[in-house]
Design a protein around this ligand. Structure first.
Ligand SMILES: NC(=O)c1ccc[n+]([C@@H]2O[C@H](COP(=O)([O-])OP(=O)(O)OC[C@H]3O[C@@H](n4cnc5c(N)ncnc54)[C@H](OP(=O)(O)O)[C@@H]3O)[C@@H](O)[C@H]2O)c1
Length: 357
């Protein structure tokens, strides 16, 4: 069952402590980050609102930030009464407006919003943030959908446009635990055979295991699915040998968009692909895309994604919610347990922090 929409409205007079996962220096994620409690946040400044955070996912990029290997970093926090600046991780999430700063007309108390500003520090219970950077979600998407819609779906919406694809064109994608509609037909390569049915139920047109990809007859099978129409776009978040095999499926003038490297292996492509198939290979980084596009353009994409979620064209990834209850040490342990599972690899679902009172 999808998680239901929840709205919590806080009275400004009963300010609660600000609680956030923080790190001072990047390092081993199991050691460098912990939950700490601070004095309540001040009123939001003019142009800002205060959010009570509901949920925030743990994305691979958040782990990379903790490790210090990500090109973007949260802004240093010198307002928390600590000797040294601290950093609050968390790129994505959903919150509800509990206070509105002067001059904000676009949002009111009780509005639920998705965070669309990179490195906003969503792993915290409250957040003062510019109202203009927030995307109202309405009430037809769930908390989980709202919390997870501003990263991966964004790329999937943007990449086909980048390559000028249109409805009916085929896309092949690896790391395919999330379904993509966008009017395109998808061939999906998940990391586990057991996810085959799950991805088909989500709307993936065809699902192949990495083992099947190695079968010499696979090209004929795929040709049958596409009725001979060449595959124009390959989306890669895995790299390594599975991506090299995936690229055997694409047709002339295809584009490869790489946005992740979950296998931690380099991307290796046969030169013949470039020469004989006129392949174009792109890298895609959402943070860079954000920097190069206006808030209006970002909002337009987000509204398209909300529309696709509302009409079921795309769905949230498989997930597990982690309610954050207890004292600072207990909540830190909850995060450490999950980070250690993530370090072991394969888990088949996204973990989502849920801020509870
Ligand atoms: N460039 C950008 O702007 C951008 C934006 C968003 C995300 N990303 C990147 O996209 C990737 C996925 O992000 P996400 O948020 O969708 O993460 P996610 O929900 O945790 O999904 C990660 C996917 O990678 C698979 N995977 C993990 N280790 C693997 C391995 N060794 N070989 C093959 N597949 C493996 C996972 O399979 P299991 O189910 O087995 O764990 C899962 O399907 C990450 O690399 C992330 O950094 C990039």
């Amino acid at each position: 069952m999808p998680h239901r929409l929840t709205i919590h409205v806080r009275r400004p007079s009963k300010r609660k402590p600000f609680r956030a996962f923080v790190f001072e220096q990047p390092g081993n994620p199991l050691e460098c980050v912990n939950l700490r409690s601070f004095a309540p946040l001040p009123n939001p400044r003019p142009g800002q609102v205060q959010l009570k955070m509901l949920m925030a996912p743990i994305n691979p990029s958040d782990v990379n930030v903790l490790q210090g290997v990500y090109p973007f970093k949260p802004p240093p926090r010198t307002d928390l009464g600590t000797e040294n600046a601290l950093y609050v991780p968390g790129n994505e999430g959903v919150g509800v407006v509990v206070e509105v700063g002067n001059g904000v007309n676009s949002l009111k108390v009780g509005d639920r919003v998705a965070l669309a500003m990179p490195q906003a520090g969503t792993w915290s219970n409250f957040l003062n943030i510019d109202a203009a950077s927030l995307i109202p979600t309405g009430n037809r998407v769930t908390d989980v959908q709202a919390a997870t819609m501003s990263q991966s779906p964004y790329g999937f919406d943007v990449a086909p446009k980048l390559c000028q694809l249109s409805g009916g064109d085929f896309v092949v994608q690896n790391g395919a635990n999330s379904a993509v509609g966008i009017g395109l037909r998808t061939i999906n390569l998940p990391n586990h055979d057991s996810l085959k049915q799950y991805l088909q139920d989500l709307g993936g047109d065809h699902v192949l295991t990495y083992e099947e990809l190695g079968d010499p007859s696979i090209r004929d099978r795929v040709n049958g699915w596409t009725l001979g129409k060449p595959i124009r776009l390959a989306l890669n978040c895995v790299s390594g040998k599975h991506t090299t095999s995936m690229m055997r499926l694409v047709g002339k003038d295809a584009n490869l968009v790489s946005y992740g490297a979950m296998s931690k292996q380099p991307l290796s492509l046969p030169t013949s692909l470039f020469i004989f198939k006129n392949l174009t290979a792109h890298g895609f980084m959402l943070g860079t895309w954000f920097q190069r596009h206006s808030m209006d353009e970002r909002r337009t994409v987000m509204q398209e994604i909300i529309g696709m979620l509302e009409n079921g064209q795309i769905k949230e990834p498989a997930y597990e919610i982690l309610p954050l209850r207890g004292n600072d040490v207990e909540i830190t342990r909850t995060l450490q347990n999950v980070l250690s599972k993530l370090e072991e690899g394969s888990h088949g679902k996204k973990f989502i922090l849920q801020f509870v009172d």
